[in-house]
Write a protein that binds this ligand. Structure first.
Ligand SMILES: O=C(O)CCC(=O)C(=O)O
Length: 277
């Protein structure tokens, strides 16, 4: 794995994102896709909404991924040697799906105190402009968090259809296309969005949310995060069990509480619970 170049690190600081970062071969990522789809096939071909969230507690292969040096080495270059993984989330747009993600900044909704939270988004299938890859608005990770409105569109993958309220100059936006096995990295304050999938394959991504251990949860009373590298000298988050296999009983029991804690934060003050997670 090639370390991030100085130019990529300064791009992250200035623009708020890096894309693409090669992580694994398309064959290896395809094998992870097969594990996911084999599981989906046991329950009618889709994940249930609660299985999208804190999914590393359900799937051993995903817990391995959040600890994989190919994912963590670039994260360490950006936020230092002590790293917590707060959440993992599946973003699946079926072939021909109208699912989209409106322009938003995650910092507005996650209840986390730090400016240093990073989303690493790994493609398990091609994330192209046509399949609805992410778009970002460079530089929006600095300065005040923008005002958002909850718009509750059925096709919006976000919990409450949250959307930046004012006009955005979309001419400044840039797409983050990814080949299978590549990831993008963005600061969770960066404004981002994505469009529908007009291809005949599923667009499958996993986002992994990493943060330094001095981060606190300021909306929820209780929250959890896995220590994936280094030390946690702050103890602000409960430590989840490490699954020894897919659907490990202890980790599944923890997932009930941990995924509910995330839902409580994401739906705090929302007018509706759309049950998207
Ligand atoms: O997968 C997408 O299209 C959007 C993902 C997203 O909003 C995120 O990872 O924060």
């Amino acid at each position: 794995m090639t370390p991030l170049k100085d130019s990529q690190i300064s791009q992250y600081q200035t623009d708020g994102f890096i894309c693409p970062v090669p992580v694994m071969s398309a064959v290896e990522a395809g094998a992870l896709r097969s594990k996911l789809e084999t599981f989906e096939a046991t329950q009618g071909g889709k994940l249930e909404p609660p299985q999208r969230n804190k999914s590393h507690l359900l799937f051993k292969w995903l817990d391995d991924l959040i600890r994989d040096a190919r994912v963590l080495d670039p994260i360490e270059q950006l936020i230092g040697p002590d790293i917590l993984c707060w959440n993992t989330l599946f973003w699946i747009k079926d072939a021909g799906s109208e699912s989209f993600v409106s322009w938003h900044q995650d910092t507005r909704y996650w209840g986390l105190s730090s400016d240093q939270v990073i989303t690493a988004w790994l493609a398990l299938s091609p994330a192209s402009v046509d399949s609805g890859c992410m778009r970002v608005m460079p530089g929006t990770h600095v300065g005040d968090v923008l005002a958002h409105e909850d718009r509750y569109d059925e096709n919006n993958m976000l919990t409450r259809g949250q959307e930046i309220a004012g006009e955005l100059d979309e001419a400044r936006a840039t797409h983050m296309p990814l080949a299978t096995g590549e990831m993008s990295i963005h600061n969770y304050r960066l404004a981002h969005a994505s469009g529908p999938n007009v291809t005949d394959d599923r667009r499958i991504g996993i986002s992994m949310h990493f943060m330094p251990p001095d981060t606190g949860q300021i909306v929820g009373d209780w929250d959890s995060a896995a220590l994936v590298r280094g030390e946690d000298r702050f103890g602000n988050f409960a430590r989840p069990p490490i699954p020894s296999d897919d659907m490990d009983a202890e980790a599944v029991a923890f997932h009930v509480k941990a995924s509910q804690a995330i839902r409580d934060v994401l739906y705090a003050d929302a007018a509706e619970n759309t049950e998207k997670l």
